[in-house]
Ligand binder design. Structure first.
Ligand SMILES: *Cc1c(COP(=O)(O)O)cnc(C)c1O
Length: 389
């Protein structure tokens, strides 16, 4: 029996690192509620992500749900259906109506030429997704949001640690960016600086993880204050509760894992790049296969390796999925189905309204990718895809 290859595998820091990190928790017996680990991890993340403020959360989903709540949005929110369930659910669970915009066929982020036609007097926000770590057209989204007075919350769950060259950002927006004083003069911008807030996930399967975990990044200190309260039931003091909050706090064991993994994240991303290069050497320029574009001016985190199997390729997406499965290699049809096609939303939305997103979801396969994935397995995967082509 061959070893089972899954689409991803969480990176584990050296066990001794983690044990050393959590040791003090046995003495303090302070396990959650914004303890010392939490504080230190939050500070280190602000540095790593190069953002003015981070609010740590129990997971990425609650980070998004609470941030939308804090912004006190109403009515309709423009977003894309080509994403993980969480993005759409967070909007709906806030009592808001998702309005689905199509994605662009090059990198599957929101098609900015189709946003304005969806804006009505009920629209209050845009929730774009940096899908697979591909940067949305943040300049165009900035212009549209300014013109129509809309909030913007980026789902940056796939974009941990990415940076963008200053030169890629339009002048006016750069001036509005809350660059921290010590960063002025740096010529890159952390991806978490765009919009009113950005959301990150530190789930075990993501590029960077805290077992489960997540965060919101933002520059308006009031967002931070409200998030701080809402993630702890809206509690202001022992006798004052002012906010219909929930429980979305990150605990000390999660924060400790984050502190350990942060030490290795750059090495981790480097190894992912090597693996993506190996895939690209074999699959780039093959007729009928579409890979993600390499975005100019974006320092990628190499989070995912999706391939779109177009109809002029010799095998369909589903055939490749099956062929690899027979070899104990498990790919994922991320993101199929579209969130607008979920059974729980049955009848409310029509996936035909976003034909590009629907096409991509029916033709895409995410191939295995993690830091320790063997290069031989990558060669084997490419061989199976290209065999008899
Ligand atoms: C993982 C993910 C989320 C949710 O994050 P969790 O930490 O799993 O709650 C939200 N959006 C996208 C695009 C994701 O990939």
């Amino acid at each position: 029996m061959k070893e089972k290859i899954l689409v991803t595998r969480p990176s584990m820091p050296p066990l001794d690192d983690y044990i050393a990190m959590i040791g003090p928790l046995w003495e303090s017996a302070w396990l959650t509620n914004m303890g010392k680990m939490h504080e230190e991890f939050q500070r280190q993340l602000e540095d790593y992500l190069v953002v003015p403020e981070v609010s740590l959360m129990v997971n990425g989903h609650m980070s998004l749900e609470m941030t939308l709540q804090v912004l006190q949005l109403e009515g309709e929110v423009i977003t894309t259906p080509y994403t993980f369930a969480s993005t759409t659910h967070a909007i709906v669970r806030n009592g808001l109506t998702p309005v689905f915009c199509d994605v662009n066929p090059d990198n599957y982020t929101i098609d900015v030429t189709k946003i304005e036609e969806l804006i009505t007097e009920k629209t209050s926000a845009i929730v774009p997704v940096h899908i697979y770590g591909q940067l949305c057209d943040v300049n165009a989204i900035y212009e549209i949001a300014k013109k129509h007075n809309l909030k913007v919350v980026y789902d940056a769950c796939h974009a941990f640690g990415e940076r963008i060259d200053h030169s890629m950002i339009c002048g006016e927006m750069v001036e509005t960016l809350p660059l921290r004083r010590e960063d002025v003069g740096e010529n890159t911008i952390g991806v978490g600086n765009f919009g009113d807030a950005s959301i990150f996930s530190f789930h075990a399967t993501k590029v960077f993880h805290t077992l489960e975990g997540g965060a919101a990044t933002f520059s308006d200190h009031r967002i931070g204050e409200r998030l701080y309260r809402l993630k702890n039931f809206g509690i202001m003091s022992e006798i004052d509760v002012d906010g219909v909050g929930a429980n979305a706090k990150m605990n000390e064991f999660q924060a400790a894992m984050g502190l350990c993994n942060l030490k290795y994240i750059d090495a981790e991303i480097g190894k992912r790049k090597q693996r993506i290069d190996r895939y690209r050497e074999q699959l780039e320029h093959v007729k009928g296969l579409q890979l993600l574009p390499v975005q100019k001016g974006v320092h990628s985190n190499y989070a995912y390796f999706p391939v779109v199997f177009h109809e002029d390729f010799s095998k369909s997406r589903d055939e490749v999925y099956q062929l690899l499965r027979q070899e104990n290699i498990f790919t994922r049809k991320y993101f199929y189905p579209l969130t607008s096609a979920f059974r729980c939303y049955n009848g409310l939305y029509d996936p035909a309204d976003t034909p590009v997103a629907r096409y991509v979801s029916e033709h895409v396969l995410v191939l295995p990718l993690y830091a320790d994935l063997s290069l031989d397995v990558i060669d084997q995967i490419c061989h199976i895809i290209l065999e008899n082509n």
